[in-house]
Design a protein around this ligand. Structure first.
Ligand SMILES: [Zn+2]
Length: 475
């Protein structure tokens, strides 16, 4: 009973302080998105200047910065420590007096970045230098741009006292690049009640600019699963002056040659087929011809071959892939070692079984001196998100309004993101990197002189706001 009275008081308090009630007294300010994007560019520059290279991450510094923005805007938020020096930020805008995770939307971005090789940069990677229309810096795309656009969206919804049909939550994660103890997996384990949601927007999508205009908006709805397999060859050791054919090094080399050139048969998912079908509408005729051939049973094999040759990404979207990445053997130049090892980085289509593939490896290599072992760092094998959900459809609908002539395409990400962990919690999670950028801009992610187009950033902040505001106003 006492509890019920408290709930009534709580609900009444919410009505008094809510956007709806305040809006009845003074008219709510209209969104000024161009001003918001300018302000957000300042936040992006500040976040790039805070070094969060992982390891060690040091995300507590960015968490503090983000929390201060929310504090100033009156947005309820929490900074939670995941490990010493590593904190996440959770913020929320609620539609009603009580949190309702059943239709809530979560905006996710990670605060950490990969490292830099400063010799390869012509500027300080942590100075947020603006040159010829680009803001340079580690994290300027991955993922501080998305992080900033998420902050901007929360701020503008709050400032304009937007009427929400669902809760909008914000999460700034740690340790995405290494997936260690501070990563989203543990955040979900420890704090699921604080971030429970039905939908999420995260990195992993892309808005691709070709010949000066937006060609397509890629919405990541699924991702491949990463595994590492250790290949070990054993053989007799001995003096380098007396080689033997059973040498571990020779056997390993032969095995790697076979596996490194082996192509797993193509098995495109519904998402990948839809991706090519949509992309065919905006690609040049020569390329589009092979994308359309996927729908003609007599020509699919030829289409797989051509598309795989045209782009390593398309090859990876069509099939499980095997990449030898490390080799190790020997301690002296004149000693034949008794053991040699290699690492295979394997990327599987979601739902496929790594054990079955390792079974295949044994048959392909067919060598009793070789054995395979799965490393314990497997990725999360999550089901795809639906490409018919109301959130997906909102992005689909807004795409041509925002970028005339562009199509939206579902993406199967070849890399891994935080979305897989959310999908395992029944969240319809999508990658939407809302900033119009060229393939060349994207190629700098994790590379040298990463940079964000200033114009692309502004358009992306506005696009994300439109998507979230439209979706959040519905129930
Ligand atoms: Zn990232």
């Amino acid at each position: 009973m006492v509890r019920r009275i408290w709930l009534i008081i709580l609900a009444f308090g919410w009505v008094l302080s809510s956007a709806g009630f305040a809006g009845a007294q003074t008219s709510a300010p209209q969104p000024d998105l161009s001003k918001l994007a300018d302000e957000a560019q300042g936040w992006l520059a500040d976040l790039v200047k805070i070094n969060t290279v992982n390891p060690p991450g040091n995300e507590s510094a960015t968490a503090k910065y983000i929390s201060a923005i929310f504090q100033k805007e009156g947005i309820s938020n929490e900074v939670l420590e995941m490990a010493p020096g590593r904190s996440i930020v959770i913020a929320r805008l609620q539609a009603g007096p009580l949190a309702d995770p059943t239709n809530a939307l979560l905006l996710v971005a990670h605060q950490d970045t990969v490292g830099v090789d400063p010799k390869k940069w012509s500027m300080d990677p942590f100075a947020a230098v603006v040159r010829e229309g680009y803001l340079y810096g580690r994290g300027s795309i991955d993922d501080k741009a998305m992080l900033t656009a998420n902050i901007a969206t929360m701020v503008e919804l709050k400032r304009t006292r937007a009427r929400l049909g669902r809760d909008v939550l914000f999460l700034a994660t740690d340790d995405e690049e290494q997936g260690g103890p501070a990563s989203i997996k543990n955040t979900i384990q420890k704090y699921w009640d604080k971030i429970a949601c039905a939908y999420a927007l995260n990195e992993g999508g892309r808005v691709i600019v070709k010949d000066g205009k937006v060609q397509y908006v890629g919405i990541q709805a699924s991702e491949k699963v990463a595994y590492n397999v250790t290949v070990t060859a054993t053989g007799p050791s001995g003096h380098g002056s007396m080689p033997r054919p059973e040498s571990a090094v020779v056997h390993l080399a032969t095995a790697i040659e076979k596996l490194g050139t082996y192509q797993v048969p193509a098995q495109p998912s519904t998402i990948t087929l839809r991706y090519f079908e949509q992309l065919a509408k905006v690609e040049d005729d020569d390329t589009a011809k092979w994308m359309r051939a996927l729908e003609q049973p007599a020509r699919t094999d030829l289409a797989y071959k051509h598309l795989s040759e045209m782009s390593p990404m398309w090859n990876s979207m069509l099939r499980d892939t095997i990449a030898p990445t490390m080799l190790q053997a020997g301690v002296r130049v004149n000693v034949i070692p008794s053991e040699a090892t290699a690492n295979l980085n394997v990327r599987m289509l979601p739902g496929h079984s790594i054990d079955e593939l390792i079974g295949q490896f044994g048959k392909i290599v067919n060598d009793p001196q070789i054995r395979f072992q799965l490393a314990p760092d497997s990725g999360e094998n999550a089901p795809p998100s639906e490409i018919t959900s109301p959130l997906y459809q909102t992005i689909e609908r807004l795409t041509p309004q925002e970028f005339p002539g562009a199509v939206s395409v579902p993406l199967l990400g070849t890399g891994a993101t935080d979305s897989a962990s959310l999908r395992l919690h029944k969240v319809q999670a999508y990658g939407l990197e809302p900033f119009p950028l060229t393939e060349e801009d994207y190629s700098r992610v994790h590379g040298d002189e990463e940079r964000m187009s200033v114009d692309g950033f502004h358009k992306g902040v506005i696009f994300l706001y439109h998507v979230v505001a439209t979706f959040a106003s519905s129930k």
